[in-house]
Ligand binder design. Structure first.
Ligand code: ATP
Ligand code: MG
Length: 388
C-alpha cells in the first residue's frame, strides 16, 4: 500500500485554458518547499497534485503538513493510501486505516472522476460501506459520523484516506506577478504582504531603516518578520535601505509636511527598485483613517509622486481585524516588539491631514536640490537579504 499526498486546488480549477500555468506554478512552489524531494515523485493527475511520499516518518509528515498549509492555491490535502480498483481492495485499504481509529459510526464518501469506472459514486459508497460494516459491526451514520472514509477514483489510481486537511486557499504565489511591499516593522504591512501573496503575488520586501537606538535589534526583527512570511512563498528578497541620513537632512525643514515628504520619498525610492526588479506594483499596509498620513487627500498626494500601481489591501480593515490576521500568520508577536524610529523624536505635533499638493511639491522642490545626492547614496547602500 503505497502512501501519497493528494493536494486539491482552490480556485485553479476554475481557470479554464490557463489551468496548466497555475498547476505548474503550484507544483513549483511545492517543490521549492522541499528542495531535497525527488521531483519525479510529483505529478498532476485529474486536477490534483499527487506526491509519492512512501517512507515518511510521523515527524516528517507533521512538518509536511505544516508547510503545505502555507502554500497558497491548495484547498485541502490528504495523506492517502493507494488501493487496487476493486471494491474489495478499497474496503480492505479502508479497514487498515480505520483499525488505527477509535470510532462507533462511519460513512464512506466516494469521488469518481474516472467516468469509465462501472459504478456510480453512490453505488460504490454503498458497496464499500457494506463490506466495512460486515467486518467492523460499527454503525453507518450519513449525517454525523465519527469517521469518514474518503475514496477517490481517478484515471489509473484509487486513493483512500480518512482526513481532509484544510489548505490556505487562494492562488499560487507567482501566478499574479511580482510586487514590492513597503514593509515597516509594525503590525499592518506584514499582513498586507500576506494578503497579496494569497492572491498570487510574489512579494519583494523593502524596509527603510532609521532607528534612534538598537538598530541591529530592530533590523533583526524585520528579518524575522520576512522569514515568517517567507513560509508562504518559499524564497524572498528583502531590501534594507538606510534612511536616517535623509530624514536628518530633511525632516526638520519639512514642518507639518514631514510625514508626507517621508512617505513620498519612500515611494520614489521604491519605484527605482521596482524598475530594477522589473515590476510596477507597490503594496502598503495603509488603512483608511488609521493615522494622519492615511486620509484620502494624503494618500492621493503620496501616490502622485510615482507612476506605479499601488495596492492597499487593508484599506477597509479595522485595526482589530488586522491584529487577528497578524496573529493567525504569526507576525503579531514580532511586530509588537518595541523599536524607536528616529523620526518619532522630531515628528511635528500636528502632522498635516489634508495635503495641499501644490505646497507639498513646492517644498520638495526647495529641498530636492540637496537631497537627490542623498537618495542616490542611500540606494547604493541598500543591503539585500535572501531568504530560502
Ligand atoms: P504598519 O502599517 O506596517 O503597521 P505603521 O502603521 O507604523 O506600520 P504607517 O506609518 O502607518 O506605518 O505607514 C503606512 C505604511 O507605509 C505601512 O503600512 C508600510 O507599508 C509603509 N511604511 C511605513 N514605514 C515604513 C518603513 N520604515 N519602511 C517601509 N515601509 C514603511
Ligand atoms: Mg499602519
Amino acid at each position: 500500500m503505497k502512501e501519497y499526498l493528494i493536494c486539491h486546488y482552490a480556485e485553479i480549477g476554475l481557470k479554464g485554458n490557463n489551468r496548466g500555468f497555475f498547476e505548474n506554478q503550484l507544483k513549483k512552489n511545492i517543490r521549492n518547499s522541499w528542495p531535497d524531494f525527488d521531483f519525479e515523485k510529483i505529478k498532476t493527475i485529474s486536477k490534483r497534485i499527487i506526491l509519492e511520499i512512501d517512507g515518511l516518518s510521523v515527524e516528517e509528515k507533521i512538518i509536511w503538513q505544516k508547510k503545505l498549509k502555507k502554500i497558497f492555491g491548495i484547498a485541502y490535502f490528504s495523506f492517502a493510501r493507494e488501493s487496487k480498483a476493486t471494491e474489495k481492495a478499497m474496503a480492505q485499504t479502508g479497514l487498515k486505516l480505520l483499525a488505527e481509529k477509535d470510532f462507533n459510526s462511519f460513512c464512506v464518501r466516494v469521488q469518481r472522476s474516472d467516468k469509465d469506472f462501472p459504478f456510480t459514486s453512490i453505488e460504490m459508497e454503498k458497496r464499500i460501506g457494506a463490506l466495512i460494516l460486515k467486518k467492523t459491526k460499527k454503525k453507518v451514520d450519513l449525517k454525523n459520523p465519527d469517521q469518514i472514509l474518503f475514496v477517490e477514483i481517478i484515471k489509473g489510481h484509487v486513493f483512500v484516506y480518512l482526513e481532509k486537511i484544510l489548505g490556505a486557499g487562494g492562488l499560487p504565489v507567482g501566478t499574479a506577478g511580482r510586487a514590492i511591499c513597503l514593509l515597516s516593522d509594525g503590525i499592518d504591512s506584514p499582513v498586507a504582504a500576506w494578503q497579496m501573496m494569497k492572491r498570487g503575488l510574489e512579494i519583494i520586501f523593502l524596509h527603510f531603516s532609521s532607528y534612534s537606538k538598537d538598530e541591529a535589534l530592530a533590523l533583526n526583527k524585520v528579518k524575522k518578520i520576512v522569514k515568517e512570511l517567507n513560509n508562504y512563498q518559499g524564497q524572498s528578497k528583502l531590501y534594507l535601505i538606510p534612511f536616517k541620513n535623509w530624514q536628518q537632512k530633511v525632516l526638520k525643514r519639512a514642518g507639518r509636511y514631514g510625514c508626507l515628504l517621508c512617505k513620498r520619498t519612500m515611494l520614489e525610492l521604491a519605484e527605482r527598485i521596482a524598475q530594477k526588479e522589473k515590476c510596477f506594483t507597490l503594496v502598503t499596509g495603509d488603512s483608511l483613517g488609521q493615522v494622519a498620513s492615511q486620509t484620502l487627500e494624503n494618500m492621493r498626494a503620496i501616490d502622485k509622486i510615482v507612476n506605479l500601481l499601488i495596492l492597499r489591501p487593508l484599506i477597509g480593515f479595522n485595526k482589530q481585524e488586522i491584529i487577528n490576521l497578524a496573529q493567525k500568520i504569526n507576525t503579531y508577536n514580532l511586530s509588537i516588539i518595541p523599536t524607536k524610529f528616529y523620526c518619532q523624536d522630531i515628528l511635528p505635533p500636528h502632522p498635516i491631514t489634508r495635503a495641499n499638493l501644490e505646497q507639498l511639491i513646492k517644498l520638495e522642490e526647495e529641498i530636492e536640490i540637496e537631497t537627490e545626492s542623498i537618495k542616490k547614496e542611500i540606494l547604493s547602500q541598500a543591503q539585500i537579504n535572501i531568504f530560502h
